[in-house]
Design a protein around this ligand. Structure first.
Ligand code: URA
Length: 476
């Protein structure tokens, strides 16, 4: 019996290194005992992982699932995963065998992990610790995920809170983002993180602002925000009073509601009731995100999951503006993470632009769609919707002050310029907006996904990359 000791629970790299070498050396699952470092003395004596001899190829989907499922809180997981990769090395169809007990377990465990990740993304709440002499602020958060998902979730917080120093402490591990470096350490306890502070109050204000009494579904709220998370959520204490006042607020909203589209013309008037008057008092991108999260200026907020604001550094020289979040963006709360985002990422890379160096946003902040069965089909925003949402885009522009804006598609061009001009008439030249910001107009990446003709798609893609390259050179 060979004994493999894993030093860090949920560390995929460590498990993969061992599994690769064992697979390559042909060590069968039944000849291995997997043990966590803290699981007591070994029965068999330590046996080193064999040196890898050649690589065994495995389906990418399986490796992606293994990377998540290794975080499942169950000591039997490393062994079970190894048995699956061992079987998959001989059976290329293994993953498709849905009645197979291992595969059924794998898929269920993967689903549980994804759900846990989603909850952690949504429910981590930072407390402010202070700021250093340069004014850079630091924050800490305590969170108790169901599984050991610190390493799976840290990159999300790194992207989302790039501009501040933070630590997230969980019982199993901690992630620390300091001086733009992400490191991991051992787990900790709740009392390492201060109990409450201003950030907590902001969360409560924010939650009160986005709480929509007309859409109260208590069962759905419980499912989305299970009680076990409440104790660490500052806003949870407000749920009961908000629910109690919901009826009266719905009445008030009815009286003052923003008018809906006229079904005959598809147009609608904007009437911003006093209660919804927007504040100019926004000084940071985080404040902006919170404010947009409560936006009810047009009816698109009614059906979208959440508002999606821009992402990137305030110091970015280039701002890329798309149309509106799509299905994936609406669920994840980040711009360009779906299929169009994939096309954009590849094009940016080929143009020599690092996605992290630009500021990515959209002309419209809520997903507009038409339900079709279980699917949500994208619908173009109207010029009215784009124009109303310009208020937010202008705020983002004012905060980031990019040297150059690249509009992706017609809606973005409308959003930035406020005018209806064709991309064709604007493309290929550098324009100047009021205030001196440069503008380059190009196509939307989803246009490339819709072109059936391969040759044409390749040409359009090359032209798109050329526009992005031009943008990089101009902003350099
Ligand atoms: N399309 C867009 O215009 N923006 C996104 O964020 C995603 C798809």
């Amino acid at each position: 019996m060979r004994e493999i000791v894993l030093h860090r629970a949920g560390d995929f790299a460590e498990w993969r290194r061992a599994a690769r070498a064992l697979l390559a050396s042909g060590v069968a699952p039944e000849d291995i005992s997997w043990r966590g470092e803290d699981e007591g003395a070994s029965l068999f004596g330590d046996a080193a992982v064999p040196a890898a001899a050649g690589a065994v190829s495995l389906p990418r989907e399986l490796l992606e699932m293994a990377e998540r499922v290794i975080c499942y809180r169950d000591a039997a997981v490393p062994a079970r995963l190894y048995r699956i990769v061992w079987r998959a090395a001989d059976d290329r169809q293994l993953l498709a065998r849905t009645t197979d007990a291992d595969i059924d377990w794998l898929r269920k465990a993967d689903k549980a992990i994804r759900r846990d990740i989603h909850k952690m993304h949504a429910f981590v709440r930072f407390r402010r610790l202070g700021e250093d002499e340069t004014g850079r602020e630091s924050f800490a958060a305590w969170f108790e995920p169901t599984h050991q998902i610190m390493r799976l979730t840290a990159p999300f917080f790194q992207r989302r809170f790039y501009g501040m120093d933070w630590a997230i402490v969980t019982p199993d591990a901690r992630a620390i983002w300091q001086d733009e470096t992400l490191t991991y350490g051992p787990g900790g306890t709740k009392d390492e993180v201060p109990d409450s502070d201003v950030v907590e109050d902001q969360w409560r204000t924010y939650y009160g602002a986005i709480f929509n009494p007309a859409r109260v579904k208590v069962a759905a709220m419980r499912a989305e925000m299970p009680k076990k998370y409440w104790k660490n959520l500052p806003e949870a204490q407000d749920i009961a009073p908000l629910l109690a006042g919901a009826g009266a607020r719905v009445e008030r909203m009815r009286e003052t509601a923003v008018s809906l589209a006229n079904p005959q013309t598809g147009k609608w008037r904007t009437r911003v009731p006093e209660e919804l008057t927007l504040t100019d008092d926004i000084e940071t991108l985080d404040e902006l995100s919170r404010a947009v999260g409560g936006c009810t200026r047009c009816p698109l907020y009614c059906n979208a999951t959440q508002a999606v604001t821009g992402e990137g550094s305030r110091a970015a020289r280039i701002m890329l503006v798309g149309e509106q979040p799509g299905d994936r963006e609406d669920l994840e709360g980040r711009p360009f993470v779906g299929p169009a985002g994939q096309v954009l990422n590849e094009a940016l890379e080929e143009a020599g632009l690092d996605r992290r160096s630009v500021f990515l946003t959209n002309a419209v902040k809520h997903f507009k769609f038409e339900p079709r069965g279980k699917r949500r089909l994208h619908q173009n925003p109207t010029t009215g919707e784009i124009d109303i949402c310009r208020w937010w885009l202008d705020k983002e522009r004012a905060l980031v002050q990019p040297y150059l804006i690249v509009t992706l598609g017609g809606s973005a061009l409308r959003g930035v310029t406020g005018k209806s001009a064709s991309i064709k008439s604007m493309r290929g030249a550098v324009h100047e907006l009021a205030g001196g910001t440069k503008l380059i107009a190009t196509i939307h990446p989803s246009f490339l996904l819709r072109l059936p003709d391969r040759e044409r798609a390749a040409e359009e893609r090359a032209a798109f990359i050329a526009d992005l390259t031009h943008a990089r050179q101009l902003a350099a």
